[in-house]
Ligand binder design. Structure first.
Ligand code: GLY
Length: 410
């Protein structure tokens, strides 16, 4: 997770070169950023036969190393995000096939669990909040069943006796983002993606077209198309025309990891979410015994400090929800940066500068949106039209001019 203030590093450049880039030193596609969004974009591009490179000092790192991996299109629904909901649901629908394909391509297990989610309320205010969420879900035609507190505890006996009610959503699943990232790295390698393990320092523009990037070690990486997929850092690449800089900001999330010893298993059988005094809390139990507890949401710039206050609040609320949690070993505390955008939705597609596309701003939904983002970007990079589901999410909605590239795709 980046905690630095500049989009540079002195990490050494690894000089693996794909057959496609030998001699010319150029590729069809260059992806800037090796988080899960950059990786899935590179994988999909390479699978379409495009010579593809990716520039990042540590591919597979970034927010996926912190994220809990909820695929919570229904339980993480927010007012005013109904357009985003359609994209989230579409990506959730694609998840089973995506997991099967990536498992096959990488030979790795992704920790995908079709376990469902229970969202619960602890006090009267929380219950009112959850009732409103249920009403919104019903208006959107989503499947969510209201349960009494007793019914919630029957499903999850470790819940506190005071739980006032909840929503059972059997369609909200989970995946292990660390395994997802590792699998995408392997799949990219197997598909021939070239990794430049160095920071991208500057976008290179020739006339009115992006033509590549200059890496921090001075190497010029040229490409027919550049995809900026730098997560929360996407607005910091030098050389992007100021009016086209993606409006992406870091939103800090602190997350805890605990281990469930054999004798307590199954501690929880599904993801449990709650609103506790207005704050979002979730507990994501993995099959391997890991229990992820998240997350704070803090607008503190590039700060990734794990604070006593952050850990305290998460544990305090988690203890209220599931008192037995204080018996578990605490194995990890970590903070990451979500790439927030002004409307909490991603920026997908042409940037406004020919040759430069964006795949960024996924905010709380990067893991969920990985399959659909890969499909959309793969199709665009191969010269296809902008897919219907991506049309509300072009950078144009934030004022980026319509490019020749976008004219051709819609
Ligand atoms: N989607 C969970 C989070 O952003 O905390």
């Amino acid at each position: 997770m980046p905690s630095r203030t500049s989009y540079t590093s002195d990490t050494p450049h690894v000089s693996r070169t794909s057959p496609a880039s030998e001699g010319s030193g150029t590729t069809d596609v260059l992806v800037v950023g090796g988080g899960i969004i950059g990786l899935v974009t590179a994988w999909r591009a390479a699978r379409r036969g495009l010579a593809t490179a990716l520039v990042d000092p540590a591919p597979g790192g970034g927010a996926a190393q912190v994220a809990a991996g909820m695929l919570a299109a229904v339980t993480e629904l927010h007012y005013g995000e109904e357009t985003l909901l359609a994209l989230n649901l579409e990506s959730a629908r694609r998840y089973p096939d995506f997991v099967a394909e990536l498992t096959e391509a990488s030979g790795r297990d992704l920790g995908y669990r079709r376990c469902g989610t229970l969202a619960v309320a602890l006090d009267a205010d929380d219950r009112a909040h959850l009732r409103e969420l249920h009403a919104l879900q019903q208006r959107c035609g989503l499947d969510a069943q209201w349960l009494s507190g007793r019914e919630c505890r029957r499903l999850e006996p470790m819940l506190a006796p005071g739980v006032r009610g909840g929503l059972r959503v059997d369609g909200d699943h989970q995946i292990d983002p660390r395994r997802l990232a590792a699998a995408l790295v392997t799949a990219c390698e197997r598909a021939g993606v070239v990794f430049h393990r160095v920071w991208a320092q500057r976008l290179d523009v020739d006339g009115d077209r992006a033509v590549g990037v200059t890496a921090a070690d001075g190497t010029a990486l040229t490409a027919g198309q550049v995809v900026l997929a730098g997560g929360s850092l996407s607005g910091r690449l030098a050389g992007v025309p100021p009016e086209l800089v993606p409006p992406v900001r870091p939103v800090k999330g602190q997350v805890l990891r605990l281990a469930v010893p054999e004798r307590y298993a199954p501690f929880l059988s599904r993801t449990v979410r709650a609103v506790v005094r207005g704050g979002q809390l979730y507990l994501v139990p993995r099959e391997n015994g890991e229990l992820v507890v998240g997350a704070t949401s803090e607008e503190l710039g590039w700060d990734t400090t794990v604070t006593a206050g952050g850990v305290y609040e998460l544990l305090r609320d988690a203890h209220e929800l599931v008192p037995g949690i204080t018996e578990l070993p605490l194995t990890e505390t970590r903070a990451g940066l979500r790439p927030g955008s002004p409307d909490n939705a991603p920026l997908l597609g042409p940037s406004g500068l020919d040759g430069l596309l964006l795949a960024t701003g996924h905010h709380r939904n990067g893991v969920l949106l990985t399959p659909v983002t890969g499909d959309v970007m793969g199709q665009l990079l191969a010269g296809g039209p902008l897919p219907e589901e991506a049309r509300p999410f072009t950078p144009e909605r934030f004022g980026a001019p319509r490019t020749q590239q976008l004219e051709q795709t819609v």
